[in-house]
Design a protein around this ligand. Structure first.
Ligand SMILES: *Cc1c(COP(=O)(O)O)cnc(C)c1O
Length: 357
């Protein structure tokens, strides 16, 4: 019996994806070996690898102005690779909306990049997305599209003439995006598109050009990844296989518009229960910036928190404890959590409020 898993990441995977992986784990499509056991240079794995890239680009409808790259080292390694590869020695601008942007800023500062914070919501505990405008002529402008801990999300990305870089780790492949305004979109895939061990980025070719002339170790250099189809060394083959299955699953669901529709419905359902609880539950993020992915809230009576978590678990629901920075409750309702599962949580929440008000 599988529980309903609201973990923030690594997180729930679609049943279909897990079952297919299980079926093929021991004997990959009757070939007599596991996909984990063969060379990344062989035809069998290469098919998986290039198909994963193709399907990912297809889902986002990304054109050939962009390269898709696979990395290890998580989204966090990109916090360092971005300044290494894309800084031109000028200014890099950041919107500071939480822990993940702070970490990205810190890495850029370690690398002696001139970092400017154009806006921050830190004073109010990162409970909203600030209003701001990036300069037109900086090396790059950086945002985090969905703030996993606080449950805030950009409704629309800022329009900017400077190259826009987006950490989309926690809303990756959750909706279509207008790439005409994006220079680089990246994320670890373990939240919404696969398992840990793989980070993925879409990078516009003029950004790749920047890295070419720079003196950077090979494994840290974007152009080396492009020249080697992200196989300069051994890639995370099993994580790429799982990502491939996840891309197929998303296509089978009807693609990103369809997934987005479901994501909107799911989030609406939970936020309505919070808002109609007469103060029993209190949403963390400002309403206009609420995340469709991570629903962070408190129980007004903090003493009830552990009881809530325990009873949720007794009812087959896990992963609801808020991030340690924030406390409270967080329900991560990524792509693979369907409306039915969210409704079960919602009914539990209503029932819990009624019994404990
Ligand atoms: C989880 C997360 C990260 C860190 O990802 P790693 O793959 O663990 O490095 C970065 N950014 C956001 C928005 C995240 O949610």
């Amino acid at each position: 019996m599988r529980v309903i898993n609201f973990s923030a990441g690594p997180s729930n995977l679609p049943d279909e994806v897990l079952k297919e992986a299980q079926e093929n784990l021991f004997d990959y499509h009757q070939k007599g070996f596991s996909i984990m056991e063969v060379s990344h240079r062989g035809k069998i794995f290469e098919e998986v690898h290039f198909e994963a890239m193709k399907l990912a680009k297809q889902l986002y409808e990304v054109n050939d102005d962009y390269e898709i790259l696979f990395f290890q080292g998580g989204a966090s390694l990109q916090f360092a690779m971005i300044p290494m590869n894309l800084s031109l020695g000028g200014i890099s601008e950041f919107a500071n909306t939480g822990v993940w942007t702070k970490k990205a800023i810190k890495e850029a500062q370690i690398l002696k990049v001139n970092t400017q914070i154009v806006a921050s919501s830190e004073d109010s505990g990162f409970d909203h997305i600030p209003n701001f405008k990036f300069s037109d002529d900086v090396d790059y402008a950086y945002i985090c599209s969905n703030n996993t801990i606080y449950g805030t999300q950009y409704n629309n990305y800022p329009i900017t003439k400077s190259p826009l870089i987006v950490d989309a780790s926690s809303d990756f492949f959750s909706k279509k995006l207008d790439f005409s305004n994006i220079a680089m979109l990246f994320g670890g895939v373990q939240k919404n598109a696969g398992i840990s061990g793989l980070a993925c980025a879409f990078i516009r070719k003029d950004m790749i050009e920047r890295s070419k002339s720079k003196n950077i170790p090979s494994m840290l250099k974007y152009s080396v990844y492009v020249e080697n189809d992200s196989m300069f060394n051994t890639p995370a083959t099993f994580a790429i296989y799982m990502f491939n299955l996840e891309m197929k699953w998303l296509l089978n669901q009807g693609g990103l518009d369809k997934i987005n529709e479901q994501n909107i419905q799911k989030a609406k359902f939970l936020y309505e229960i919070i808002d109609q609880s007469e103060g029993f539950y209190q949403g963390y993020a400002k309403k206009e910036d609420r995340s469709l992915m991570n629903v962070s809230f408190n129980i007004a009576d903090k003493n009830l928190e552990s009881k809530f978590l325990q009873e949720a678990e007794e009812n087959g629901m896990i992963g609801l404890k808020g991030h340690k920075i924030l406390g409270g409750i967080r329900a991560s309702i990524y792509n693979s959590i369907d409306l039915k599962k969210v409704q079960i949580l919602g009914e539990f929440m209503k029932d819990f409020a009624k019994k404990n008000a």
